[in-house]
Design a protein around this ligand. Structure first.
Ligand code: HEM
Length: 487
């Protein structure tokens, strides 16, 4: 079809005379600085990159919606969950954790499962993973942990010594280390994995009653994983296979879906449960707290532009709506600072104004924040920019305060009081069929073989042994070592 030609402009909108030949002094002469179009083009190109995410740099995203399928108003007053059948637009981003922006999708690594719900009460973000637990349980340990997953400062290589040194000195990681080296450690695609909020959150209903909750998104495509050899082969052949799979599936009208369930714990149970329910290295027993259905997530639209919608997307565990709140989980509390801080550095002070991050059109943003780099709306115009004021400026609504709850204690740097890192890891091992146990051991041995120090290997074997003597023995056998006498 013949289309009318569009004329090219510079960034200021003026027509460009030549985009193929720079202005030179004569046909063979040097380039003239007066070619301002050339200068603009080269300078803008130099600034095309923004910092990649410090973790979860490689990812893929898609738009969709969430539909409520079960009445949960007894537990939360969140408006987007208020009615069966209600639909809320959303955006999801899936990712690997440790690799750079160009790294392979098929590595053994947790997968990020970040969701943004564009609700009528503003945005709600749930920034989870494909695993229900995490490696550490205090935010103060996170930067050190991530350093061990990234590159060695001298060699710039991935470093199994650092990985297993940290794990062996952080026994709370054992549960997640077992999941990571199990079949679920390499999901076949982003569509074939579950998502978890991992932390405990708090829901509050219209009567002011609160509950502790954990989120479980179950894939309706079924769980599918990839073995180590296939993952490594694919990392060379098609490092973007999961990115491609998500895009192509949606493009073909094969929309991936997940069912959301929550576990609900009465507030007072937290004091008497057999371990700290805010410890993100533990799962709650489904017998104690069975799954309650909430709704269904459908991803049905690809981004039009990767940078605008996926790279600039900014998810934060602190982006909450009335009826959904945080718990005292020490990791979660640290994350409340880390994400928005990362966004201000990576995208800018006004990142929430970008189309992918701003609330939906029927939600107006009203506050006294003004100015900052790249403030590209009306910036509040002439309206009052301070509070209290006599000019009918926006006011806080006490009914939307975070639900109050009692705390007490001595302010101190205190370790968790629960030291059983072994029962849940051992239960998971014992649950695995024999062939998966063998793959688990092979994956662990394959990774630990790269560790130079026997001291580190033996310290880690001790943890496996404490989870299950057979688990420890088989890793020791695989590494040609004996289980330490004190295990
Ligand atoms: C991304 C910090 C724990 C899931 C990030 C980013 C930071 C960060 C700084 C990059 C954000 C950006 O540039 O947009 C932390 C800290 C943690 C922590 C300090 C512990 C204290 C966790 C846990 C989970 C998780 C426990 C899952 C349960 C994610 C996901 C992303 C992410 C999914 C990618 C979000 C996206 O797709 O844009 N994290 N993280 N993180 N984190 Fe964490």
């Amino acid at each position: 079809m013949k289309q009318q030609k569009q004329y090219m402009t510079n960034q200021a909108g003026a027509p460009v005379g030549d985009n193929q030949n720079s202005i030179t002094a004569g046909s063979r002469g040097p380039t003239l600085i007066q070619d301002v179009h050339l200068l603009e083009k080269l300078a803008h190109f130099n600034r095309e990159r923004i910092p990649e995410r410090v973790v979860h740099a490689k990812g893929a995203g898609a738009h969709g919606y969430f539909e409520v399928t079960n009445d949960v108003t007894a537990y939360t007053k969140a408006a987007f969950l208020s009615e069966v059948g209600k639909r809320t637009p959303m955006f999801a981003r899936f990712s690997t954790v440790a690799g750079e922006k160009g790294s392979a999708d098929s590595v053994r690594d947790p997968r990020g499962f970040a969701l943004k719900f564009y609700t009528e009460e503003g945005n709600y973000d749930l920034v989870g993973n494909n695993t229900p637990v995490f490696f550490v349980r205090d935010a103060i340990k996170f930067p050190d942990f991530i350093h061990t997953q990234k590159r060695n400062p001298a060699t710039n290589l991935k470093d199994p010594n650092a990985v297993w040194d940290f794990f062996s000195l952080s026994p709370e990681s054992l549960h997640q280390v077992t999941i990571l080296h199990s079949d679920r450690g390499i999901p076949a695609t982003f569509r074939h994995m579950n998502g978890y909020g991992s932390h405990t959150f708090k829901w509050t209903n219209a009567q002011g009653e609160s509950f502790w909750v954990k989120y479980h998104f179950k894939t309706e495509q079924g769980i599918k994983n990839m073995d180590e050899a296939t993952g490594q082969k694919l990392a060379g052949e098609n490092p973007d296979h999961a990115t491609e799979d998500l895009y192509v599936s949606i493009d073909n009208g094969d929309f991936p879906t997940w069912k959301l369930y929550v576990q609900i714990m009465p507030l007072e149970d937290a004091d008497t449960y057999r371990f700290d329910p805010f410890d993100v290295t533990k799962v709650w027993s489904h017998k104690d707290y069975p799954l309650v259905e909430v709704g269904r997530m459908v991803l049905d639209r690809n981004p039009d532009n990767y940078f605008a919608e996926v790279e600039q997307a900014a998810f934060s565990p602190g982006t909450l709506v009335p009826g959904i709140d945080v718990s005292p989980d020490k990791m979660l509390q640290g994350r409340l600072f880390a994400y928005s801080d990362a966004h201000r550095y990576r995208v800018g002070a006004n990142h929430e104004m970008l189309p992918i991050n701003r609330p939906r059109a029927d939600v107006e943003v009203r506050n006294y924040q003004r100015d900052g780099a790249m403030r590209f709306d009306q910036n509040g115009g002439g309206s009052v920019n301070y509070e209290p004021n006599s000019f009918n400026g926006p006011q806080a609504t006490p009914e939307n305060k975070q639900a109050a709850y009692p705390v007490s204690g001595i302010a101190d740097s205190v370790a968790y009081d629960h030291h059983d890192h072994f029962t849940q890891a051992g239960d998971l091992y014992r649950l695995m069929p024999e062939d998966e146990k063998t793959r688990l051991i092979d994956n662990i041995v394959g990774s630990m073989k790269g560790v130079a120090s026997d001291e580190i290997k033996l310290r880690q074997i001790e943890h496996f042994y404490k989870a299950d003597p057979e688990y420890g023995q088989r890793v020791a056998d695989g590494l040609g070592l004996s289980v330490p006498a004190n295990a």
